[in-house]
Design a protein around this ligand. Structure first.
Ligand SMILES: Nc1ncnc2c1ncn2[C@@H]1O[C@H](COP(=O)(O)OP(=O)(O)OP(=O)(O)O)[C@@H](O)[C@H]1O
Length: 331
């Protein structure tokens, strides 16, 4: 479990992180997203102790890392494995030697290193390439070795800093599957720093949006995608703007997981004809999330629409954007 509380980082007079509160439960994957310059990398460097926070605490498995120094700090570093963008492997070392490196630095006995390197190579599907140098590996393969190296000291937390950026879709998918396996099989808590919303949708349990050094929105991904009119929700499941058809009133519907496959006909019994104008269904973790724009009879009572759809597991919200209102009144 990672608990970040009141984390602030300043360079001179400039506060790059400003009162970050973020908790990632054991065995969960959390994603931190945000625009360039928001402070994502600085947050990552504070968490893996490459930078000292100016104030606040970072507690991993009950230990406040920000309060440690010297030997304690070196020991605490083992708790957090990091995977960097483009893996950062040492060119002159083979895959196996790169993975062994953190263990050598910590004085792990050679026999134990050999055993663990073998296990790790197998876990990340790279056993056949143990003796390849980074230049002989693809970007996705290098990243697998990077992940194995990040796990070498058996950390409870894995920090992934833009680990999939620059990879093609297949390699990205394979790395995301691997991270999910690590969470599920080893119970590793994973914090993913990314600018890719696909990554969040695919693997994250929790998402936090960083902007100008502050977390401006966060929550369980399954809840965030159902939020109405939230910037993070729109970024996660963007919908095209559609004009209302035939004088209907536009509504946005959201659902997650267990919605009846025949909800539309059920809802139609109470609400009359439902025009589906746009729909987006995504797999998020092991559940599906959906967002639709529908057109309904404008004479329907708002409360009734919300209640009927809520009974069917859908969150409904009338669309009130200027464009939609214009489209409605023009129809
Ligand atoms: N060592 C430093 N000294 C002074 N300012 C810094 C330092 N490191 C980062 N900053 C500033 O902190 C802000 C956040 O930078 P950071 O690299 O954490 O953002 P980011 O969200 O990771 O951006 P990107 O997605 O572009 O990598 C930027 O305005 C940057 O200029």
């Amino acid at each position: 479990m990672i608990e970040i509380s009141g984390l602030t980082k300043a360079y001179g007079d400039t506060r790059v992180l400003d009162g970050i509160d973020l908790t990632v439960a054991d065995g969960q994957i959390a994603a931190v997203v945000g625009p360039s310059g928001a402070g994502k990398s600085t947050l990552a460097r504070c968490i893996n102790l490459l930078e000292r926070p100016t104030s606040g605490s970072i507690t991993v498995s009950g230990q406040d890392l920000a309060a440690l120094s010297g030997k304690q700090l070196r020991l605490a570093r083992r708790e957090i494995g990091t995977v960097f963008q483009s893996a950062n492997l040492l060119r002159r070392l083979t895959a196996a030697q790169n993975i062994a490196l953190p263990m050598r630095h910590q004085g792990v006995p050679e026999a134990e290193i050999r055993r663990r390197v073998g296990d790790l190579l197998e876990r990340v599907g790279m056993l056949q390439r143990a003796n390849h140098y980074p230049s002989q590996l693809s970007g996705g393969q290098r990243q697998r070795v990077g992940i194995a190296r990040g796990l070498a000291l058996q950390p409870s937390v894995l920090l992934s800093d833009e680990a999939t950026s620059g990879l093609d879709p297949d390699a990205t998918r394979a790395i995301l599957d691997l991270l999910t396996e690590l969470r599920d099989d080893l119970g590793v808590t994973i914090l993913v720093i990314t600018h890719e919303m696909d990554v969040v949708r695919s693997i994250a349990d929790h998402v936090a949006q960083l902007d100008h050094g502050r977390i401006v929105e966060q929550g369980a991904v399954a809840d965030v995608v159902r939020r109405s009119d939230s910037p993070l929700s729109r970024a996660l499941l963007p919908m095209p703007t559609v004009p209302a058809a035939d004088g209907r009133r536009l509504w946005t519907l959201r659902y997650r997981g267990a919605v009846s496959p025949v909800w539309l006909s059920h809802a139609g019994r109470d609400l009359g004809d439902i025009a589906v104008l746009a729909a987006l269904v995504e797999e998020s973790g092991d559940t599906s999330v959906g967002r639709l724009t529908v057109g309904l009879d404008p004479r329907l009572d708002e409360r009734r629409v919300v209640d009927v759809l809520a009974d069917l597991g859908l969150a409904a919200e009338p669309v009130t954007s200027l464009r939609a209102v214009r489209a409605e009144s023009a129809a």
